[in-house]
Design a protein around this ligand. Structure first.
Ligand code: UDP
Length: 500
């Protein structure tokens, strides 16, 4: 068994359901409070354990940061553990992740040696987690990184559910490969949660499956209202308006301040770059992003933004190439490709490679195209500050892009739509449930860079159309992807489980 640090518990601030009331209206709020009461009864004396593989970066961590807070707020015992792993383990799980999306990833195999590496890490994590679990508890495991915990944690007598946040509409040899690896680990699982019905492999009985789409929290630092002035002050504080490269883009961005940005930081003294933290206290953006740019950002010109992890499947390089070829020569629009510091997303070994490739491709562009495009690497030391930076960038954007080659859901799409932005996104996976007609532009072939560039040019030429799509987009997210829907479905799932 490898020697690993123990799983880490993530502390999340308690959130009150009541703050959702003005946003979701009386009927939805009453339903939510009713479900919360029933769930509290069903789970009396139990703890719900969420287990995943990273506390920062990516959609799962993003959702747990708020859902766990709301569940605590209704008086249900809930905890969140992040498992440890070694590089070999994360190389295997990233391969599985890619294959569940229908692509080979790094071409390596998923055979006995990989299974042994996977199981030994799981055994070490299980040894640390199992003694804390009581038979009445519920364990909710997230994604392929944790599937190997089903069996050892079932042995505690607890109910064990596995939630798969990734998936692909069509099956191919790569999805088969991933499921063949995972299937034995999922034996005995009490229930499964998928984002879309299309992602469920045919050997999982549908009566064990719940379909639960992801959600956003409109009040989190990522999505809370921000005036244009506050947004610009945040962009200025993080250095994204500057024209000269800063920091070390492939590592943790260097900060103007390296301390926690909650107290007497630059922002506190100037009243600038403020936002509200998840715990309700005032926050100030004081760290700087690492920016790869040539010349300052023109804050008055249109900005196209894609925010993603540095992952091949997000196709940041394709966004850059399409923008450079089709958009940079017209009008005055600029592009920002925005992602996290690559050493801070613990379960994603490809981040550094993808970021380096993007920087190299940017360096090879002609100067006039380079001047329109910047890469922004965000510090992850303070999650609320990072979220405020993403918020400011998304709100400053004229158009949000998510040109993924595959996507389980794409929280960034919902985030952009919530901010009443027109979105140009690939017609893959869960994105098609979000960008419904009249809310944005879907790209039928994510690899078609001309079509992507043309869609951007057409939108940037029509500000009224951009505004119309954005308003519809916000309404659609408000109706379908705000956290109350998610919590209702989780509550009903817990009730069913306990009734069984
Ligand atoms: N994100 C972030 N900071 C970054 C880059 C991404 O907070 O520097 C967030 C992004 O806003 C979104 C999540 O990470 O909430 C990504 O979720 P998504 O479902 O889009 O993709 P995933 O990473 O789960 O594949």
């Amino acid at each position: 068994m490898p020697s690993l640090p123990p799983p880490r518990e993530v502390d999340v601030p308690v959130l009150e359901l009541a703050r959702l009331q003005p946003l979701i209206g009386e009927k939805r709020y009453t339903d939510l409070v009713g479900e919360a009461a029933r769930t509290r009864v069903a789970l009396r004396g139990c703890t719900v354990w969420n287990v995943n593989s990273t506390a920062t970066g990516g959609g799962v961590a993003e959702m747990l940061q708020v859902l766990v807070g709301y569940i605590l707020g209704v008086g249900v015992g809930v905890r969140w553990l992040v498992i440890a792993g070694d590089p070999e383990f994360f190389a295997v799980t990233k391969r599985i992740h890619n294959r569940l999306h229908g692509v080979p990833g790094d071409q390596g195999s998923l055979g006995d040696a990989e299974n042994a590496a996977y199981e030994s890490v799981q055994a070490a994590n299980a040894e640390a987690i199992a003694p804390q679990i009581r038979p009445a508890d519920v364990v909710l495991l997230h994604d392929p990184q944790t599937a190997g915990l089903v069996s050892p944690l079932k042995a505690t007598g607890a109910a064990v559910l596995w939630r798969c946040h990734v998936g692909c509409d069509a099956v191919n040899q790569w999805t088969d490969d991933a499921w063949e690896f995972l299937r034995p680990h999922l034996t005995g699982c009490d229930g499964f949660v998928f984002t879309r019905r299309e992602y469920v492999p045919d050997w999982i009985p549908m009566d064990r499956v719940s379909i639960v789409p992801p959600s956003i929290d409109p009040f989190s630092p990522k999505n809370q209202d921000l005036s244009a002035g506050d947004g610009i002050r945040i962009l200025a504080a993080m250095g994204v308006l500057d024209g000269t490269p800063t920091g070390t883009p492939t590592g943790t961005p260097t900060g103007a301040s390296t301390g926690a940005s909650t107290g007497a930081s630059t922002g506190a003294s100037t009243g600038a770059s403020t936002f509200t933290r998840r715990d309700g206290s005032a926050g100030y953006v004081s760290r700087r992003a690492s920016v790869v740019a040539e010349g300052p950002l023109d804050a008055a010109a249109p900005l196209v933004v894609q925010v993603s992890r540095w992952d091949h499947l997000k196709d940041m390089a394709g966004v850059m190439a399409g923008f450079a070829a089709c958009v940079a020569g017209t009008g005055d629009a600029q592009l920002a490709l925005v992602g996290p510091a690559v050493d801070k997303v613990s379960d994603d070994p490809e981040g550094l490679e993808v970021l380096e490739q993007c920087i190299e491709a940017w360096g090879h562009l002609p100067s006039e195209q380079r001047r329109r495009i910047r890469l922004v690497v965000l510090p992850m030391d303070d999650l609320d500050e990072n979220a405020a930076m993403v918020n400011a960038l998304q709100r400053h954007a004229t158009v949000i892009v998510q040109k993924s080659l595959a996507e389980g859901f794409g929280l960034t799409v919902a985030e952009g739509m919530w901010k009443a932005k027109a979105v140009v996104a690939s017609a893959v996976g869960g994105i098609v449930d979000q960008v419904v007609p009249g809310t944005g532009v879907l790209l039928e072939d994510p690899g078609d860079l001309d079509a992507f560039g043309d869609a951007l040019v057409a939108l940037l030429d029509r500000p009224e159309e951009v505004a119309r799509l954005g308003e519809n987009a916000r309404r659609h997210v408000q109706e379908s992807f705000v956290g109350d829907k998610h919590l209702m479905q989780y509550g009903a799932l817990m009730e069913r489980l306990k009734a069984r």
